[in-house]
Design a protein around this ligand. Structure first.
Ligand code: ZN
Length: 320
């Protein structure tokens, strides 16, 4: 996990923690949040603040020995728990291994910090094992749990931790940040991303990136249909895409395209007007392919893309 970033919408909770924990810190905390706010980064900041030896204002000083170790990425009193490479869950072995770490005296400062990222990913056995540890926490260990689905945690774990909620960003915190990340995006688009993401700036950014990716693919498709691009360029545009992504994306586009050509919506889409009957056939055939994929059918993606490309180019334009 990379070092944390400081986002403007972290500030209220950081200030709250500074006030609440200035004298004494709880032995275990749960940072609860929705997706798209960067709660794991905030948890890393909290871990760093707890390890810093300066202790002024409950913020990492960046100067002390602990901060230097943290910045070098090898603080011996910090342990991160997350699903092992290629796994989707945090297993019981990982929780068992943290116990000796938590029981051992800190090597640098006053405490050891254990961060369990996205704690809802612990399987049942792991969660039960952690619960036992939290019931009698080792004297010099602090546990930080983060979760974007706090409701999925064992109620007993929730009740053993001090819960801190990371709230969705206020517009004045999130919008200027978002504008900085997306300098080319208009104020209207920014507003629309903001409401789509429900005030979660990192989600808004991901939505914008997805939209940009789709837009560039649409341009490739239009150029191919207009005979301004080669088949190689068409194929290259999909090199990072899975079959599933290609099908979902095109099904979405075809359904919007069809709705417009049937006169159901007045969308300003870039696609040329086409006989709705033919669009419908193409849509149905993609739907079948998607069902086949879900039932485990194996597609030769490249062959499929070539076939689909020619079907797109041969779509008969409608007269009006
Ligand atoms: Zn420090």
């Amino acid at each position: 996990m990379a070092s944390y970033l400081m986002y403007p919408w972290f500030v209220p909770l950081q200030q709250h923690m500074a006030r609440a924990f200035a004298e004494r810190q709880p032995a275990s905390m749960l940072l609860a949040s929705q997706r798209g706010l960067g709660v794991d980064e905030l948890a890393l900041w909290l871990a760093h603040a707890l390890l810093c030896q300066d202790g002024q204002d409950f913020a990492p000083c960046g100067q002390c020995a602990a901060c230097k170790l943290w910045q070098a990425g090898n603080h011996t009193d910090f342990l991160l728990l997350q699903p092992a490479e290629g796994k989707k869950q945090i297993g019981i072995d990982q929780v068992r291994e943290l116990l000796p770490f938590a029981m051992t005296s800190p090597m640098v400062g006053q405490r050891r910090v254990i961060f369990i990222a996205q704690a809802q990913l612990m399987n049942q056995a792991a969660a039960n094992a952690l619960l036992k540890v939290l019931e009698e926490p080792p004297a010099k260990a602090v546990f930080i749990l983060s979760s974007e689905r706090p409701g999925a945690l064992l109620p007993t774990i929730r009740s053993r931790t001090v819960r801190l909620d990371l709230r969705p960003a206020l517009p004045e915190q999130g919008l200027p940040w978002l504008q900085q990340q997306l300098p080319a995006v208009s104020a209207d688009q920014l507003q629309s991303l903001w409401s789509q993401s429900m005030a979660r700036p990192l989600l808004a950014l991901a939505l914008a990136e997805e939209a940009a990716k789709q837009q560039s693919l649409q341009q490739v498709a239009l150029a191919w249909m207009g005979q301004q691009q080669s088949l190689d360029q068409w194929l290259a545009a999909y090199k990072d895409w899975t079959m599933d992504e290609v099908l979902s994306c095109w099904l979405q586009w075809l359904s919007a395209w069809l709705a417009r050509d049937l006169g159901l919506v007045a969308d300003k889409l870039p696609w040329p007007p086409v006989e709705p009957q033919m669009l419908m056939q193409l849509y149905d055939s993609l739907l079948l392919d998607q069902q086949g994929l879900q039932q485990g059918q194996n597609w030769q993606q490249q062959a499929w893309l070539i076939d689909f490309a020619w079907r797109l180019r041969r779509l008969p334009r409608s007269v009006n």
